[in-house]
Design a protein around this ligand. Structure first.
Ligand SMILES: Cc1cc2nc3c(=O)[nH]c(=O)nc-3n(C[C@H](O)[C@H](O)[C@H](O)COP(=O)(O)OP(=O)(O)OC[C@H]3O[C@@H](n4cnc5c(N)ncnc54)[C@H](O)[C@@H]3O)c2cc1C
Length: 320
């Protein structure tokens, strides 16, 4: 057994960013774990995604053509099992998404494999593969080894690994999958669009986030205007979203979005709870503004500014 198998994800003809991030995750361990690196695409027109998935480091793209126009967990489980039987990988990577989590754990049971969900760190140690995920409400990082496991299935957190950009030269191979018994087990009822907010925290390079320190909903427009003026995407902490001051897509953190591409993060009146830090503590440059010198946000801040957020806004409005 050797190699890594990635399961690509797509919805309504659009490849999920996570699919290529999985390639980035695999490349982080491919050299030490051993190749080849294969990507499996399941669907009505799997060939449509070959070009986007053919990245440097990918050795083979397996196309499992099915009659299913929509995602079907049972079909995916069957297709990945077929691919695993054919390729005998030591590691299978699936996105930690609504789709990925619906078939990854049954798949692990069927393969009798090791399993971990929501993984954001991967390495190969003397003991073999090591996956890192969080525990206790994101308060601690947990390193997991899989001694004696010939194969391991992991679901990988989005916006964590960098997607490789350079095109590759993978071989494309059709994969026949016997779906007889599983077809029709799930019924697709339809899609429900999430309300659009025009905000993509995961892609933004410059974010200015507001927290409970802005005191009142009536102050939101002022900070929204300031964010626009300085060219920042407006983010927020959970209480701001929970109170309905800003729509949910603005929320940064564990139950919000990870600021995966952010280079500069300004945190205004945010205490720095672990759940918020989860979404932004990796950012290269963090500027925190908080009246409390002991606020935990200062533990991760590159620059701290112990002052009132409104005075800070006054000053920024004057110069920008
Ligand atoms: C399972 C779970 C998931 C969660 N997920 C998330 C998540 O995804 N994202 C998230 O953000 N939170 C999340 N939370 C909530 C989190 O624990 C905190 O409660 C939340 O982040 C606090 O938000 P805050 O910093 O805006 O508010 P507070 O903690 O109340 O902090 C407000 C800060 O503003 C400062 N301040 C007050 N007035 C001023 C002023 N005038 N000028 C300057 N500073 C001022 C205060 O000193 C304080 O530090 C989650 C919690 C749980 C249990």
């Amino acid at each position: 057994m050797s190699g890594i198998l990635i399961v690509a994800e797509h919805t309504r003809g659009v490849l999920a960013d996570l699919s290529r991030e999985l390639i980035g995750a695999a490349l982080a361990v491919k050299e030490r774990l051993g190749g080849p690196l294969r990507v499996l695409v399941v669907g009505e027109s799997p060939a449509d995604f070959v070009e986007a998935l053919n990245r440097q480091g990918v050795d083979e793209i397996l196309l499992a053509q099915t009659d299913n126009p929509h995602f079907d967990a049972a079909v995916y489980e069957e297709a990945v099992c077929a691919a695993a039987t054919r390729c005998e990988p030591t590691l299978i990577l699936v996105g930690h998404s609504a789709s990925g989590t619906s078939f990854a754990s049954p798949l692990a049971v069927r393969l009798g494999s090791g399993f971990a969900a929501d993984v954001f760190g991967l390495e190969v140690t003397e003991a073999g593969l090591r996956a890192t995920r969080s525990g206790f409400g994101n308060k601690v990082n947990v390193d997991l080894d899989f001694p004696g496991m010939p194969v391991v299935v992991l679901t990988i957190r989005g916006a964590t690994f960098k997607a490789p950009e350079e095109a590759g030269s993978a071989v494309v191979t059709p994969l026949a999958v016997e779906l007889g018994e599983v077809v029709g087990r799930y019924l697709h009822h339809g899609f429900e669009e999430a309300p659009s907010s025009g905000v993509d925290i995961g892609k933004a390079e410059f974010i200015m986030s507001i927290g409970r320190g802005i005191q009142d909903e009536k102050n939101v427009p002022r900070f929204a205007a300031l964010a626009e003026k300085i060219g920042a995407t407006l983010g927020c902490s959970r209480p701001v979203a929970d109170s309905g001051w800003l729509p949910k897509p603005h929320q940064v953190g564990l139950t919000g979005k990870v600021a995966g591409n952010c280079k500069l993060y300004i945190a205004l009146g945010i205490s720095g709870a672990v759940q918020h830090l989860h979404g932004m503590k990796h950012v290269e440059t963090i500027i925190a503004v908080n009246t409390d010198t002991n606020a935990p946000i200062y533990n991760v801040a590159t620059y701290g500014c112990t002052m009132d957020v409104f005075e800070f806004a006054d000053a920024l409005e004057r110069v920008s």
